[in-house]
Write a protein that binds this ligand. Structure first.
Ligand SMILES: [Zn+2]
Length: 267
């Protein structure tokens, strides 16, 4: 009986993986997404609303305007490009919004629905539009690459595999809501988005550079930004660095990706 259950469950997982298989914008990497864009989007909306009721918007109008201008310029260029290549499906569930909140934390995040938040603390490193575009491009990339959906899908598959291995038939799998809250529950005042995997970070760097190039920003500023961030590491590691480890390998990969990104200039 247990044996049968196991094989049926394996078959269910295999079918889900097959149905959910698709590829990432720009990189073409194959991945499995088990959730619909609208599911991810409505969970993100709830989380964002909760965060914004607790957060205080920056009173620095100039900085707020700079973040919003770069965000708008990049997403307009991205949408125009994806439309021109017939790939608007990557934009489903994305309703862009760009905010700057009061906090000395060196941080920024993007929810899977396209809501991007910069913390005032990171503006010390992003004092020109090109540097804002480095962080913005990376955050937009996480959303357009659907990394949130992929991470939740992986956790779901892992929890299914885990319950299969222990053959505990009665164990309930985590609900979608719970999985989302683990990944994007912006619980505290400052909000905590779980770090992405190295693979997702590198991919967001690569796609972020492409979005910078499409929108006309200077991609050569990206390694300079990450070097400045890593020089600030040490005893008081900024929040953004703790979730975005800026080691030599990362900077090397960014430099390697620059020529590919430059091919998108003017597209
Ligand atoms: Zn990231």
């Amino acid at each position: 009986m247990k044996r049968n259950f196991k094989w049926i469950a394996y078959a269910v997982v295999a079918v889900m993986v097959t149905i959910g298989c698709s590829s990432v914008a720009f990189t073409g990497r194959k991945r499995v997404l088990l959730y619909s864009d609208s599911q991810i989007s409505s969970l993100s909306d709830q989380s964002y609303q909760e965060f914004m009721t607790k957060a205080k918007l920056s009173t620095n109008k100039q900085m707020q305007a700079a973040v919003q201008e770069v965000g708008r310029k990049m997403t307009v260029a991205l949408e125009k490009y994806l439309t021109s290549v017939g790939a608007t499906h990557y934009l489903q569930g994305l309703k862009w919004d760009f905010q700057l909140v009061q906090s000395e934390e060196v941080n920024a995040f993007c929810l899977p629905n396209g809501k991007i938040v910069f913390y005032e603390g990171i503006m010390k490193f992003t004092n020109t539009p090109d540097y804002i575009a480095v962080v913005m491009g990376h955050e937009i990339a996480h959303a357009v690459a659907q990394h949130g959906n992929e991470r939740m899908s992986q956790q779901n598959l892992m929890s299914m595999a885990g319950s299969l291995l222990s053959s505990v038939a009665g164990r309930k799998s985590d609900t979608t809501q719970a999985l989302f809250e683990i990944a994007f529950g912006l619980g505290g005042q400052l909000g905590v988005v779980l770090p992405y995997s190295r693979k997702h970070e590198y991919e967001a760097d690569r796609i972020g550079l492409i979005i910078m190039a499409i929108a006309g920003y200077d991609v050569d500023k990206a390694p300079i930004f990450w070097q400045a961030m890593s020089a600030k590491g040490g005893p008081t590691i900024p929040e953004f660095l703790s979730t975005h480890p800026s080691d030599e390998n990362r900077i090397k990969k960014i430099i390697e990706a620059i020529p590919d990104a430059k091919a998108y200039i003017g597209k």
